[in-house]
Design a protein around this ligand. Structure first.
Ligand SMILES: Nc1ncnc2[nH]cnc12
Ligand SMILES: [Zn+2]
Length: 337
């Protein structure tokens, strides 16, 4: 079996995926036409050519603009179905997907429209691919605490279908402490907690996510490595890091894939996982991300299996389900190592 096929077939979970970031230019055009919305691009190629980012904000500006074509429940369903189909082809058996309700409610789309469409896509993935999934509702950190509380209130009727809250968007200047109270309220409602930290922001933002938000999982976390004490702490507590290599390259978090710290993270004892973040914008889905770091950092099949193993251990699945996935993974690796 080739390394390419080994990675594709490796049973894995995806833990860091923004569903709005899986909007491929082809679907963007189709939805623009269906909803009679004009987009500032003439062709699919012109859209792709615009995906040349110098930093996170460059990307976010175009990502929020792209989301404007999403209008109806069917649009959100189509978006989710397209992602799950693609993820299934990459060996994903479980996905914990983020959505940004404020991106939609702030332009007049009802919370219920967004979540009903996504839940329909999740049900379709279960039926057609036996793929399980969970929803993470992310707060936009460039907006204020009051807006996050309003979003949590809007989610109230759907809380039994939402597993966790997250924190994303522009990191610099918007430290986790800004959202300590809303995260505590979400915890009070029985939700798990994740947050982007240490993508562009300093190690102190990761510390705040631990100490002030009490996160269950850390999205990105790359810059933790600048602080050996913090790194040792993350390793000691078994914190899962959802690392996104192609995102890191496209957003200039790393200069070159050859400098990606994934193997340093594993050596430091961190529970690192591989994920695609916003695959339509960053040039690849989850298996492309595994392949990119495998090639650039010389990861062998045992390293790749460890990353997949970490994805199940870091998921919000119950222990008995995690154990089943790990057994399947062990069988696969035993047969193909
Ligand atoms: N990589 C990322 N960082 C912060 N916010 C995001 N929203 C979508 N992708 C993101
Ligand atoms: Zn992200």
């Amino acid at each position: 079996m080739t390394d390419h096929d080994f990675i594709t077939g490796l049973p894995k979970a995806e833990l860091h995926l923004h569903i709005e970031g899986s909007l491929e230019p082809e679907l963007m055009f189709a939805l623009a036409e269906r909803n009679r919305i004009t987009i500032p691009f003439a062709t699919v190629e012109a859209v792709r050519a615009a995906y040349d980012f110098s930093n996170l904000q460059d990307f976010l500006d175009i990502y929020y603009a792209g989301a404007n074509v999403l209008q109806t429940e069917q649009d959100f369903r189509d978006l989710a179905v397209a992602y799950f189909d693609r993820a299934a082809a990459d060996g994903v058996v479980h996905a914990e997907i983020m959505f940004d309700p404020q991106t939609h409610t702030d332009r007049g789309i009802a919370f219920g429209t967004v979540i009903a469409g996504l839940l329909a896509g999740m049900a379709d993935a279960e039926t057609r691919h036996s793929m399980t999934s969970k929803l993470i509702m992310s707060f936009l950190r460039h907006l204020d605490e009051e807006a996050a509380f309003a979003t949590l209130a809007a989610a109230e009727p759907w809380l039994d279908r939402i597993d966790a809250v997250g924190l994303d968007s522009s990191e610099l200047g918007h430290p986790p402490e800004k959202f300590a109270r809303v995260f505590a309220a979400a915890r009070g409602k029985g939700l798990r907690l994740v947050a982007h930290a240490g993508e562009e922001g300093p190690p102190d933002y990761v510390r705040q996510a631990l100490d002030l938000l009490d996160i269950d999982r850390l999205d990105h976390g790359n810059r933790s490595l600048e602080d050996p004490v913090l790194t040792a702490r993350l390793a000691r507590i078994g914190m899962t890091l959802t690392v996104c290599p192609l995102s890191n390259l496209k957003l200039c978090v790393v200069r070159d894939m050859a400098e990606h710290p994934i193997d340093r993270m594993l050596k430091a004892g961190l529970r690192a996982t591989i994920n695609s973040d916003d695959p339509a914008y960053f040039g690849g889905y989850i298996a492309d991300n595994y392949r990119a770091v495998a090639m650039a950092r010389g990861l062998d099949r045992n390293d790749l299996a460890l990353l997949a193993r970490n994805s199940f251990l870091g998921s919000f699945l119950p222990d008995d389900v995690v154990a089943k996935h790990l057994a399947t993974l062990d069988t696969y690796v035993g047969a193909n190592a």
